[in-house]
Design a binder for this molecule. Sequence first.
Ligand code: SF4
Ligand code: ZN
Length: 709
Amino acid sequence: MKKLFDRVFDGADEMFALAQKTIDETIAELGESAPLAMPNTAYGLAVYSAYLAKNINTLGDLKAAFEEAKAWNRHDPRLKHVFSTGMGTFMAAETIEACKYAKGPDPYKGEYHGHLTDAEVRELGVPLVTDDIPGFVVIHGAAPSDEEAIELIKGYQTRGIFVFLLGEVIEQARRKELNMGFPVRVVAVGPDIWQVAHIISFVYRAAMIFGAVQPGDRWEFDDYTFYRIHAFVNAFDPVSDIVVACGAGAIAMGFPVITDDEKDMWRVPKSILIQKDTANFIETSLEARDIKIKITNIDIPVAFSTAFEGEIVRKKDMRIDVDGSKFETFELVRTAELHEIEDHCIELIGPDFDTFEAGSSIGFGMIAEVGGKNMQSDFEPVFERNFHNFLNCVEGVMHTGQRDVLRIRVSSAAYDAGFRAKHFGEVLYAKIMSEYDAVVDKCQVTIITDPDVLKKERADAKKLYDKRDERLGSLTDESVEVFYNCILCQSFSPSHVCIVTPERLGLCGAVSWLDAKATNQLDPNGPCQVVTKERVIDENIGIWEDVNECVFKSSHGSLEQVTLYSIMNDPMTSCGCFECICGIEPFSNGVVIVNREHQGMTPLGMSFAEMASMTGGGVQTPGFMGHGKQFISSRKFMKAEGGPARIVWMPKALKDLVRPKLDRTAQDLYGIEGFTDKIADESVTDEAEALLAYLAEQAHPALEMEPLI
Ligand code: SF4
Ligand code: ZN
């Protein structure tokens, strides 16, 4: 058998030769000055950036960098040099891929995913820290059969593991009509091993975005990937030399390789594991990377996994359509006395799904009654909002909306598997009891499809929502005794800490003050701790000694002071998973806000990805700040600098989302009517000059405000 290191060297030579040929041909075609950029990223060629700190903007730059990369391909059998050969192989792979993108932003025409965007990296922030995604697997090659391929992929998917596919396994999955894509966490990256560059780029950008690892700091990157990215490789027999070379790079990053190729592969403890039976790949892999998976057993006939959260049920595939725009719909969590609740009782009032013709639109209600000694009515909306996450994890169920306007689809496949109305109750029961066991002792669920009962119960539910809104409205930073911190994101951004107040939710948009309070009660030693606010320094712009003490402690000394309501002086830090980024626009004296979903440019001449790269990793960057969407309409938004009147530009979709509350806030604070319309958007312009003209025309208040800098 050929020696393992020789296989690495031969494989690396193969990749370098192909890269040389590709770059020579591409330069012959486009010229050295041809621009080179990967789409929707602010990190350029991230693999080159991580190893060599190179800015590559043209094919000529790439050619020069590639010459440097060659020095990494050392045929020296000392372990650290074998690792460097493996990593060099990744640069060669990125060279090949970058040349494709030099010809246009979409070389795969939707057939393969190819390059992953910064927004995609950021989107994974919250599921990673909450362990909804416990790890990543890269599967390469062809499984012994299509069935085994599917079994493996779905096995990972149902465990929440994010799956990257490379090579023939993609065709196997396609033949089995597997639903793939970023939202369902199975990504068909590309047909060849060199597309591995996109996965490595993705991982290194995570390190730069969340961990603030600096370009060129190779050891820090190794450290980050080893400790914080729980990834591993499954390589099907036969494993060729070029795959072995990439495997050396993966192992250097801390990612073990599991393979069924016993003929030509060597075992290396903790790094290369041979598992003849592909049915045992999952177990062997999770053990090798030390990934533990929490499983909730739910008595339903279809799969349940966070991997299905982003799944879309199309009209043609739906059996049942719960339609809140035409029928009565609602969902509710309500506290009841323990003796009133029969634990795990699931009742259906009205006809079951069998009664409705395929594709019917119906009304639907869900009430979960919970009781427990430590239950508080403040937790009701927190649990209730999670119905959305719980139900979306069901394979074949899509849930949108909240409270008394819902849209739920049940797919024909789920129906055929036996999924019925009461299974909604099973899911809610199991999740409420497992997530909130610290405060919920008993739970019963009622599902309603009967129109008369729906009407009555929905009217009752509305009264409860109104009461809650009143309570929420009365919750201000001044009216509460304490704030909370959240350090959930520290698993990726070690020095980041959010201070969560009633008027400022966490920057991920997922943690409100009530959520933080509930998290604290559910797990007193968990990620959210009480922050007192007794020692006021300046309440007006949001400085407390208690808060400073807390950020100092929870950031392990890297942060001394935050001003909660300022973006210029000691602003709150950002991790990487913020919903929006805001940055100052110097000509208008205002700020531009852009949300992660927005693809286009902003008047700052930067896209979301570029603006987002200005901050992150738990450092303070005056002038740029990540925040949640709901914060935009808060009276505390940039209060120190004059408040939301500073907002001069937002994407239209974001404006529409925040309009009702933002208009109300501006009316209250400044007496301005219809303020949101004075804010420009991409339909007006994404250029600084035209922006100024629009603002002048609208008599936008920012123009009259004090200079920001
Ligand atoms: Fe991360 Fe802050 Fe959200 Fe907590 S509140 S999950 S620290 S972004
Ligand atoms: Zn985060």
